[in-house]
Design a protein around this ligand. Structure first.
Ligand SMILES: Cc1cc2nc3c(=O)[nH]c(=O)nc-3n(C[C@H](O)[C@H](O)[C@H](O)COP(=O)(O)OP(=O)(O)OC[C@H]3O[C@@H](n4cnc5c(N)ncnc54)[C@H](O)[C@@H]3O)c2cc1C
Length: 325
């Protein structure tokens, strides 16, 4: 029988990140195919409360560790210790900022292979095979670890979190943080002043580009996003100009998103932007240039002036919502 599948989950105050529940769902499916056990690992305040949702998404056991989660080095050592003691051969994480930081550290400590930003995992001849985008998302490649163990991070929104039967049993593990090499100590967690919908977890994203001509015109992007319950994204040109924060940037050097619906408004569709959003289920492009490259990828395209199209679209959504209440 293959070793255990261990899913490293992120939580705040017992609320598990949706991307971690997606990784949990995938981990449970792969464990089923391998015929192996599946557990989740959580740390930080509220870790025990996270056992419910993790169990409901397939974790047979939920391991809590007392480790300062602000420091990736401490976290990685704790995960590696738990993975080794439990005989885990597949460690899964969500491909979030935290997951990107942790994954390679854990792989290094376990001397395991690392597959980043996977959109699916399967089992072939008893080995775990990961599918991941390459060449800025232009192709998909399947990879596997050279050795017995693999660490894989899962692209947020690449799959839906699915509930399983029972709640997980909580097991508290003794995993000590290393005494040396700590780079950061968690003093306090401060909630953001405005709760923003997380780009990587949003089902709908409305992104604006340089064609909007100034930061003030993002008001109309925000208005459309509000009607659609969407998160707001941006191209790098907009972020470089200081119109939007870097946390809004979608693309190769920004966030990778996979929503159900992605609006690219006044965005040309440079390959570096496409790298971050090409796996969106439906793409709607609004651009006044009929030759804009974004139209090659878009499922729906509107050739027109964003300053006319976007307010009209917002009004139409408003009317539709009013009519369906
Ligand atoms: C190493 C590297 C990494 C990069 N990483 C990223 C990244 O992560 N994300 C990213 O986005 N880019 C990235 N870029 C930059 C990328 O190459 C493009 O420069 C950038 O995406 C362009 O942004 P844009 O489409 O908003 O602007 P532009 O290319 O200037 O396009 C503006 C578009 O708006 C349209 N437009 C103008 N006025 C209107 C109007 N009134 N109504 C409708 N449409 C209108 C125009 O027709 C045009 O298509 C990277 C580049 C490099 C070299």
């Amino acid at each position: 029988m293959a070793g255990e599948v261990l899913v490293v989950a992120e939580q705040t105050g017992g609320a598990v990140k949706r991307a971690s529940l997606e990784a949990m769902t995938l981990g449970a499916r792969v464990a089923g195919e391998l015929g192996s056990g599946v557990a989740a690992l959580v740390a930080g305040e509220g870790a025990e409360a996270a056992a419910g949702p993790l169990g409901a998404h397939g974790a047979a056991q939920v391991v809590t560790v007392a480790v300062d989660t602000a420091d990736p080095n401490a976290w990685a050592h704790a995960v590696a210790e738990v993975a080794t003691s439990r005989g885990a051969t597949l460690v899964l994480l969500a491909h979030t900022a935290r997951g990107k930081d942790l994954g390679p550290r854990i792989a290094g400590l376990l001397q395991a292979g690392m597959a980043s930003d996977c959109v699916d995992l399967s089992v072939d001849g008893g080995r775990v095979v990961a599918k991941r985008p390459i060449y800025a998302g232009k192709a998909l490649v399947t990879v596997t670890g050279a050795g017995e163990s693999l660490v894989a991070s899962v692209r947020p929104n690449a799959m839906r979190p699915e509930e399983a039967a029972a709640a997980g049993e909580v097991v508290t593990a003794q995993a000590a943080a290393p005494a040396q090499g700590l780079g950061a100590v968690l003093l306090e967690i401060m909630a953001a002043a405005h709760k923003k919908l997380e780009l990587t977890e949003a089902d709908v994203i409305v992104s604006g580009g340089r064609g909007l001509k100034g930061p003030e015109h993002f008001d109309m992007i925000e208005a459309l996003a509000k009607e659609l319950g969407a998160a707001v994204g941006a191209s790098r040109a907009v972020v470089d100009a200081g119109w939007r924060p870097h946390s809004d940037q979608v693309g190769q050097t920004g966030k990778t998103v996979s929503p159900q619906l992605y609006f690219a408004i006044a965005i040309s569709g440079a390959i570096q932007h496409l790298a971050g959003m090409r796996t969106s289920k439906y793409i709607v492009a609004i651009n006044k240039d009929p030759e804009a490259p974004i139209f090659k990828l878009a499922d729906y395209g509107i050739v027109g002036d964003a300053f006319e199209v976007v307010p009209a679209l917002t009004e139409a959504v408003k009317k539709l919502k009013a009519a369906t209440v």
